[in-house]
Every structure is written in C-alpha cells, then in structure tokens.
Design a protein around this ligand. Structure first.
Ligand code: ADP
Ligand code: ADP
Ligand code: MG
Length: 454
C-alpha cells in the first residue's frame, strides 16, 4: 500500500483524489500554486506544499517543483489527475527515477499511447478497428494530398500530440487540405511542442463512445462504456453510462476490443479507449487512448459501484486487480453534467468570480464532485470546471428525472455558469430520446443563438 500521496493537481479532481486516499488510509499532500493556497484541496489534505506562482507553467506543470514537494514532504507516490502533467511521459519517468511511485501506467505506455498516430498503429496491431486514415505521421503537404486520395474527404488533420479537443482541423477538399495542412503543423508545434500531424477520415454523425478499463499489468477488465457525444468545440459537456445507442451485442464487441488492446499493452492503472460509433452501420472505430483518470469517470462508478480512483491507488501500491470481469455488473443509468464558470449567453465566455450562495442537491442517486465552498474565489488562471453533478437511476428515465430534480435544487450564485445549459439539455426531447451525435450540440447552440437574435 502507498504510504503518502502527493496530489499533483487542483480543483475538483484534487479533492476527488484526496477522498479516495483517505478512504484507504493514505495520508495526502496537496501540491498547490500560490493562487490555490486557500483551495478546498489545501483544506482537506493532511499537508500543503506551495509549488510556485499561479501560472501553471511555474506550478502544476513544473515537474521539478512537484518532485521537490514530494521529497520535502516524504511522499512515496504522486497522483497527477487529468490535464497538466497527467499524460506527460517525461514526468512519469522523472517521478520513477526519483524513487517514487507514479500512479498510472509506466512512461513507455504513456509515450506510446500519447502519440496518437502510434496509438492507432498499436490498436490496429491488436485487431481493433481504427478510423481510416494515414498509416502514420505525414512529412509534408504533398504526402498528405497523396494519402488523402485513399482516405477520402472530408477529413481531419490531427496533431499526434493533441488533446483537450485542440489540434484538429477539417478539410473538405484538396484545396482546403493544401491550405489547412501547414496551419495544422504550425499550431501543433506551438501548442504541443511537436508539429507531427496525421489524417483521419471525418466520420459524419458519429457518436463518441469510450470504454473504461482497469489493468494491473497482467490482466485487464472493462467497466463498460460512457457516451460523450454532447460536445462543444470537441470538448465533452454532458456524459452518460451506458450508451443508449448500443445493442447488447455491440456493447460486448466494443468492450472486448478495449480489453484486447489493454491486454496487448500489459496496461497498468485506469485508462480509457475512445471510439467513434456509426449508429447507421453499427461500426466502431478507435480514435485515441487516455492513459489517466478522466473527468467523466464518476458515471462509470455509479453504474458499476466500483471506485476507480481507489482502484488506481491500490494497483499503484502493488496489489493485483481484485476484480474479475464477471463480477462487474452494469446497474441502471448515470448522467454527468459539467458545471463551468462560463456564460452560455455570451458564447461561453469564461467568467470566474466569488461563490456567494451555494447549495448542492441531495437525495438518492445524487453525487456532486466539486471544490467550491461559500466565499471561495475562483481563480482565473485555470480550467473553468466548477463542479460535476452526477445522478444515477434504475434506468435512463429515472436518471433524467433525478437530474432535473438535482438541477432544481442547486443554488450557485456569484458568477454565470453552464447550469442553464444543462436545464435546457434535460428538457430537450432529442436528448431524452438519445438522438444526438458529436455535431448535434453545436448545431443546436447555433440555432438557438440565431433564434435569440431575431
Ligand atoms: P476527458 O475525456 O477526461 O474530458 P479531456 O481530453 O477533455 O479529457 O481533458 C481533460 C482536461 O485536461 C480538460 O480540462 C482539458 O482542458 C485538459 N487537457 C487535456 N489534454 C490537454 C492538452 N493536451 N493541453 C491542454 N489541456 C489539456
Ligand atoms: P482529443 O485528444 O482532443 O480528445 P480526439 O481524437 O479524442 O481528440 O477527438 C476529440 C473529438 O473530436 C471526438 O470526440 C469527436 O467529437 C471529434 N473527432 C475526432 N476524430 C474524429 C473523426 N475522425 N471524425 C469525426 N469526428 C472526430
Ligand atoms: Mg479524446
């Protein structure tokens, strides 16, 4: 078992990790920037280390400062959550080289799957279908134009090192590809430190469905799927488990392919394999793997009753996976609503402020993951996620009813938030009927904006 855990992250996920560690009796050290010295994570952890100024480059992205905090506090392990250094192979390597445990897969696996072109090749080798595209990175625009002949238009130019919905550009024809390709390369270089890009056919009206897996290096299991098709700017807004679009046979095939890929990697820790699902043909295609805990992990916890973060800590502590696949059952349905400090009426402009009134929903099947407290000043330097409201019901209908009740009970004043967007989504018949794909929410938002302007 781990002896003392450094939490190398902030916000709701830092609080989430501290809760899991506490449940296992592992003392925690919150690594905080100066801007987060009064955060809920700082209040809840057993110890606090200030790792640097507000700017993430000098704190949450500063590997040396984090390692120093681990050494100074006598921590033996590091959990990096999501975002920041969570998928940085060099960081994982540095943690290990310092004699500490990195809670997650080994650096080699992170590097391999963090390179999205390499991840595609790995998936193909494991017999997992991928989106038709270039076999690997493309040197120049001429190579891209040649490759595009077989891939077909429209297609996406994607950054091999991309993430967070960024580093993806669309081209509808050769002329557009010729224009977009060098822009994509330059942007990828600036944003991710690597200009490597590859091509993928654009799958129209696809649904984003991903599979949660857990592995101990020897054996891997799946915890079924999550659907995250409701997206804005390729970032998830509303997620659910299970997907209402899959038949039982499709679910089985999808989850089995994810386990196959995880097994082929000898995967250790929690991970997610993301796919696009074509509900017309019933085909699914692997797009990428996230070698970390994901924002939307709670919906899987709600439908399986398994605590993923505790499982990560146990595996990192050297325990073999206690779960057998046949023991993992899908129970009911769960929804997650991401509440961000963004104003839906002003094109989701970020608007952090000070929390005034705060009241969370209660009752059966309701869970809130948040780092807010009354009087808390949301710092403007980081991601705008304030809270995740997660609900569980015996079926999708009950989950929606509970979600509605949960939003009615929520009080969050002091800043504009995306709560109103979720009220609208819950009332939208096409959401209730699960009739959506990854492009739907953007279309609805554009229609709504146009309607408001008349
Ligand atoms: P999830 O599937 O867990 O939502 P995301 O890819 O949306 O994963 O990333 C989770 C968080 O990490 C988001 O808040 C996002 O802003 C951030 N993030 C992920 N990858 C990157 C990246 N390469 N650059 C910047 N931010 C990132
Ligand atoms: P990131 O690393 O930023 O999360 P992903 O490769 O997971 O990037 O893609 C993010 C989102 O972009 C997907 O959920 C989907 O909505 C869209 N997308 C990605 N690849 C394709 C594709 N080939 N066709 C259609 N949409 C895609
Ligand atoms: Mg993704």
């Amino acid at each position: 078992m781990l002896k003392k855990l450094l939490v190398a992250n902030r916000g709701e996920i830092a609080v989430r990790i501290i809760r899991a560690a506490r449940a296992l009796g592992i003392p925690t050290v919150a690594a905080c920037s100066e801007a987060d010295a009064d955060s809920l994570a700082a209040r809840q952890a057993d110890e606090v280390r200030i790792i640097g100024p507000a700017r993430a480059e000098r704190s949450y992205l500063n590997a040396e400062a984090l390692l120093q905090a681990a050494r100074d506090s006598g921590a033996d392990s590091v959990h990096s959550g999501y975002g920041f250094l969570s998928e940085n192979a060099d960081f994982a390597e540095a943690v290990t080289a310092a004699g500490l445990v990195f809670v997650g897969p080994d650096a080699r696996t992170i590097r391999r799957m963090g390179d999205k072109a390499e991840a595609r090749r790995t998936a193909m080798a494991a017999g997992v279908p991928v989106v038709p595209g270039s076999p690997g990175e493309l040197e120049d625009v001429e190579a891209a134009l040649r490759c595009a002949e077989t891939v077909g238009y429209p297609l996406l130019v994607k950054a091999s090192a991309g993430g967070g919905g960024r580093g993806i550009r669309i081209a509808h024809d050769a002329g557009e590809l010729r224009r977009e390709f060098p822009i994509a390369q330059r942007e990828a270089q600036a944003a991710f430190g690597s200009g490597a890009v590859y091509l993928e056919r654009f799958i129209r009206q696809a649904r984003h469905i991903e599979v949660q897996i857990l592995g101990d290096g020897q054996r891997a299991v799946h915890l079924f799927e999550r659907e995250c098709s409701l997206q804005r700017r390729r970032q998830k807004v509303f997620e659910e488990a299970p997907s209402a679009a899959l038949s039982e046979a499709q679910r089985e095939a999808l989850c089995a392919s994810a386990v196959r890929l995880a097994q082929s990697l000898g995967y250790r820790g929690a991970g997610t394999l993301e796919y696009l699902f074509d509900s017309h043909s019933g085909e699914f295609f692997f797009i990428e793997m996230n070698t970390r805990i994901q924002v939307e992990h709670p919906v899987s916890e709600m439908v399986t009753g398994i605590d993923l973060v505790q499982a990560m800590l146990r595996i990192a502590g050297g325990e073999p996976l206690a779960l057998r696949q046949e023991d993992i059952r899908l129970n009911g349905a769960a929804l997650e609503m991401r509440i961000n400090a963004e104003d839906p009426a002003r094109n989701f402009f970020p608007c952090p402020g000070t929390v005034e009134g705060l009241g969370w929903p209660q009752g059966d099947g309701v869970r809130v993951d948040s780092h807010l407290y009354p009087g808390y000043r949301v710092p403007p330097y980081y991601d705008s996620l304030l809270a995740k409201i997660i609900v569980h019901g015996k079926d999708r209908e009950e989950a929606f009813a509970r979600a509605q009740k949960a939003l009615d009970e929520t009080e969050l004043s002091g800043m504009a938030t995306t709560l109103s967007l979720h009220c609208w989504l819950l009332a939208e018949p096409r959401v209730r009927a699960a009739q959506f794909d990854t492009g739907t929410l953007e279309t609805w938002l554009a229609e709504r904006a146009a309607a408001l302007e008349v």
